[in-house]
Design a protein around this ligand. Sequence first.
Ligand code: SF4
Length: 430
Amino acid sequence: MPVIMNEYQGRKPDEFRILLGLEGHPDSRNIKTYIEKSNGYKALEKVLKGGMSPDDVINTVKASGLRGRGGAGFPTGLKWSFVPKGPGEKYLITNFDEGEPGTYKDCYISEVTPHSLVEGKIIAGYAIGAQKSYIYIRGEFYNEIKWCEQAIREAYDAGYLGENIMGSGFTHHMDVYSGAGAYICGEETGLISSLEGKKGQPKLKPPFPAVKGYLGKPTVVNNVESLAVVPWIIHNGPDAYKKFGTEKSPGTKLFNVSGPIARPGCYELPLGYPLMRFINEDCGGLIGGKKLKGLIPGGSSAPILTAKECENVTLDYESIAAAGSMLGSGAIIVIPEGVGMPDVLENLMDFYSHESCGQCTPCREGTGWLYKMSKSILKGNATKADFSRINTVANNMRGKTICVLSDAAADPARAIIAKFAHEFEPYLKG
Ligand code: SF4
């Protein structure tokens, strides 16, 4: 149970802004606005001119309890601490692939406050000893590429990037690299391969990127949101950050809501916020008086929750895991009564079979079979035995592959057929 859930009663999401403080400002992406209205580059100054060592920065982020916001929720400071100390080339890469269906929070950060990302990257680069960093961004994000490039240019012009930043002796350079739009390049080793100009396919771990990553050198890959919140944490301190959220899931997080609801969009919420209060009050509920059938809480790889299961869930890693799903990227997909679960299954499996990179047999064949079986159900060609085979196939896809795409397809399939079997029956022969 979240420790400060009662404090949320009566308060609105815009009272919990850490990252989106500049939302609604007409010129929020401009470096001048960021500096004047958002304490911009104060955290970098504190680090480089205030005598913080790289270890001080890592320990501050560790103390904040910040967990990676890309989906896995791995502690960010701990990830940084895995990079070997001492001289030598090291790299920092921002994962801005944002391909998980339902997710558009990183795009929103670049639209509202791209300098939070740039400043967070410079601080993270200092912490791990990287003189070079990249923003790896999905190629079709034309505006977002432009906004990131503009912010980087402004940071160079202001002396926050380049050689000997603020006379500190620390040098950091930054570039944007646009990918070609494969979902699997959101997986960190696939992303690194793509950045190296190779086919974007995941690799077996170990070795982990922190030891052998981009060009064989120690590399940290962090999600956009994880890095963009770092300046706030450094500037305000880890205790201020921990005033938001729960004991095990501190801080705020961006949530994207899509589906037939009155106010879809991107919201910043403290972790531990009650899910159904968010949907019904802050997002205005389902349109047309529709009833909720189910909800995907963390992007398409998160197993679906039924309306009943959603009732007591709070938006944090532990509560959603206890309900049988995962917080993932924080993309909430609302599914109303009237939408058929056989259609939802077919739609999801179409996506995963298309995006499997094909290296591992359980994933390559399994995602294809799940798609074909779900299509055959919709066409009325499947038997009851075929339906139960979905579970067998999905069970054999889990934990046997190089990356987790296979599990990401199997888990939602298993949840849908287990929780909504009655909806499939009318389609089945025999
Ligand atoms: S699990 Fe799937 S996507 Fe991941 S490496 Fe294997 S085949 Fe490729």
